[in-house]
Write a protein that binds this ligand. Structure first.
Ligand SMILES: [Zn+2]
Length: 408
């Protein structure tokens, strides 16, 4: 067993406990956490690693939604409006794929660890990120994504999807969990989605989907109108939505799902998401850059819907650093109480994200995996710790995954 001591610990538990002068005893799991004075007496044979002044322990960060296959897209895409952005993705599809390589993704994964991220949800459209994800010490929930709208090519698309999924199962390990992504209600035919979700149910896989990201999506699904109508009619004059928002959500009633964005979801849809035990993944920078506005934090809180925060991909962000994302969320949700929001945000990238992805981490609690980080923070008080931690952290000082220190 090992021991570590710091000035503060953010447990990220239900009560948002903050300990002063804490010590952690751990092997692969957390064996004990409490005040150093008491713990040292209980474990006299452990030599504690006493970290330098102004160091904080907290669970590793969890980024439940990113697209690693798009991590070489800097500068290429157009921001400001969702459909403009989507057209730029389509136009630059070949270059985006040409730019990506195993080495670039491996570097990004290393960078993620240095920020203090210990688990990610990787949305994989093509399977190009599978190999690098098998080599990283990060825990990867690998969401094989299904997309396809033409009913006449449903069988071919589904076979290709199953092939990619099989490759993920072949590589699955303690660090890589197969999962499934249905791209969105406007891009994945319900027949395809239903077939895939039957597999998710059978294999007990976590599911992710994009839902109600833009006003264009809302107008298209509600009335077959708006900017998406123009977009789809350029492919076929007979295009119409496959289903309503509620029809789409109903497909997910028996699977554990992370619904990403939901900026334009209505109360009935949010209520359904809550009732089926779904969570919402909020990507504030992506929403701002693609002209989607912002989700109502107050509404979600009032409805008691579980909220996690992701960076989305570098196709709609400038950074995969969750600390940047939390700072952006602080600024974007300027109308909320700063200190309460700081606590909610820290929980959204630890406890709430772990719960959404079924991970045994995200809180410093006995029995959880000893997956935690140490951060250098400015000299501050217990009360100011959440906000000061978000404002001043760019990288982690130390990273432990399942009790092993990772070189960052
Ligand atoms: Zn996404």
């Amino acid at each position: 067993m090992k021991g570590i001591k710091a000035d503060f610990a953010l447990l990220c538990d239900e009560d948002f406990t903050i300990l002063k002068e804490p010590a952690l005893v751990f092997d692969e799991k957390i064996v004990e956490i409490g005040e150093f004075f008491n713990i040292k007496q209980k474990y006299p044979n452990i030599i504690f690693n006493e970290l330098e002044k102004n160091t904080l322990l907290m669970p590793g960060l969890i980024n439940p939604h990113t697209h690693l296959e798009y991590c070489a897209s800097s500068g290429l895409l157009e921001f400001g409006d969702f459909i403009t952005w989507l057209n730029s993705v389509i136009k630059n599809r070949d270059e985006l794929q040409d730019r990506i390589s195993d080495e670039i993704i491996e570097d990004k994964l290393k960078e993620l660890l240095s920020f203090g991220t210990t688990a990610i949800g990787a949305i994989s459209s093509f399977g190009l990120d599978l190999n690098p994800c098998t080599k990283t010490p990060l825990h990867v929930t690998f969401f094989t994504e299904l997309l396809g709208s033409r009913p006449d090519s449903v069988d071919i698309l589904f076979d290709e999807f199953k092939q990619r999924l099989r490759a993920v199962f072949d590589k699955s390990s303690q660090n890589l969990t197969p999962a499934l992504s249905i791209h969105s209600p406007y891009s994945t035919h319900p027949i395809l989605a239903k077939n895939a979700l039957d597999i998710a149910k059978k294999e007990n896989m976590v599911v992710s989907t994009h839902f109600m990201e833009s006003l264009a999506e809302r107008e298209w699904l509600d009335k077959g109108e708006g900017d998406f109508a123009k977009f789809f009619k350029s492919f076929s004059p007979y295009s119409k939505p496959f289903c309503s928002g509620m029809d789409f959500l109903t497909l997910f009633k028996d699977v554990k799902t992370l619904f990403t964005h939901c900026v334009f979801a209505n109360e009935k849809e949010l209520d359904f998401i809550k009732n089926i035990g779904g969570s919402i993944t909020h990507c504030p920078v992506s929403n701002r850059l693609l002209g989607s506005g912002k989700i109502s934090f107050q509404k979600l809180k009032k409805m008691e819907i579980s909220l996690n925060i992701g960076t989305d991909g570098l196709s709609s962000n400038y950074s995969l650093n969750l600390w940047d994302e939390l700072r952006a969320a602080l600024m974007l949700h300027y109308d909320l109480n700063l200190n309460s929001l700081a606590k909610e945000l820290l929980l959204s990238v630890t406890k709430e994200a772990a719960c959404a992805l079924n991970l045994n981490e995200g809180s410093l609690k006995v029995g959880k995996d000893a997956t935690f980080i140490a951060l250098s923070i400015p000299k501050t008080t217990k009360e100011n710790l959440p906000i000061q931690t978000i404002l001043h952290t760019k990288k982690a000082k130390k990273v432990y995954i399942k009790g092993e220190e990772i070189d960052v």
